[in-house]
Ligand binder design. Sequence first.
Ligand code: ADP
Ligand code: MG
Length: 325
Amino acid sequence: MSAAEFDLIDRIRSRAGARADVVLGIGDDAAVLRMPPDRQLVVTADTLNAGVHFPERTAPADIGWKALAVNLSDLAAMAAEPAWCTLSLSLPSPAVDWIDAFLDGFLALAEHHGIALVGGDTTRGPLSVSVTAMGRVREGAALRRDGARIGDDIWVTGTLGDAAAGLSLLAAVDGGNAAHASVDAHLLQRLNRPTPRVEAGMLLAGMAHSGIDVSDGLLADLGHICACSAVGARIALADLPASSALLGAFDEAARWCFQATGGDDYELCFTAAVVQREAVMRALESAATSGARIGQIVEGRDVWAFDADGAAWTPARTGYVHFAG
Ligand code: ADP
Ligand code: MG
């Protein structure tokens, strides 16, 4: 490692937040963390590669935000309370300006959720950001994919399809088919600065039967709940929550595609008993998150989507698949 890389780590260390349960943070060979005796550790990791998970020209602060947000979203989907994270950076060159801007985004979100950066790795290579996030849940309280029951309501938080719609508008700009000014700011914000539903996830512990975060498209991710729980699902496309930006920019057919199959939403999809409707609404309200009931868990193994006339609908694609084709 070069002196320049040590400078970067120093920079990261001087800005990383603190927590009382971090016995030893950045600077030694590994971090030492204190776990409360009655909690289970929840660990998740996600990598963002330039040109694959974000457009090459994405602002460094947005990359920083998103790299942490996608991991917090996984913790949220487990109903875990965020505690600590590590950050592994592969950078083409050790640029201090880039790191400072990256940390602006990363640490703004970290501070908001009280998660401490306790270590990582810094290497040279193509731009890639890998985060490991650790959280805690009460014994047995993690929200899993395998708990859905026949008759459960299917819910989603927030709105769906915004990020995918924003990405498609950026692609239209790159293809010379649109002006950059025509890319709606809200849709871009949803693509670059997703909101992990951490509080909602924590409040759903003990209430929801199963949950997942929507990262690869609703149908694909709901499909994981169905596969793990050995159940089927029916959803009504007309009930999928849409932002006014999405409603304003696309017709129904395009919108449904983005909402049902678009990636990068980072909303929660979860199932809960019908008797929990009021309790779920209250939980989401106190998390300042909107929620929509979009369908039911049924017998079978498949996810069925129905249009406004009750006809079965087949998307052109069901979700983002790496290495496909
Ligand atoms: P080692 O060679 O023992 O792995 P490093 O020089 O890679 O040590 O890292 C020194 C310290 O800086 C370690 O505590 C490590 O966790 C931390 N660190 C390195 N890179 C990062 C980073 N990108 N973000 C946060 N901490 C980092
Ligand atoms: Mg190292």
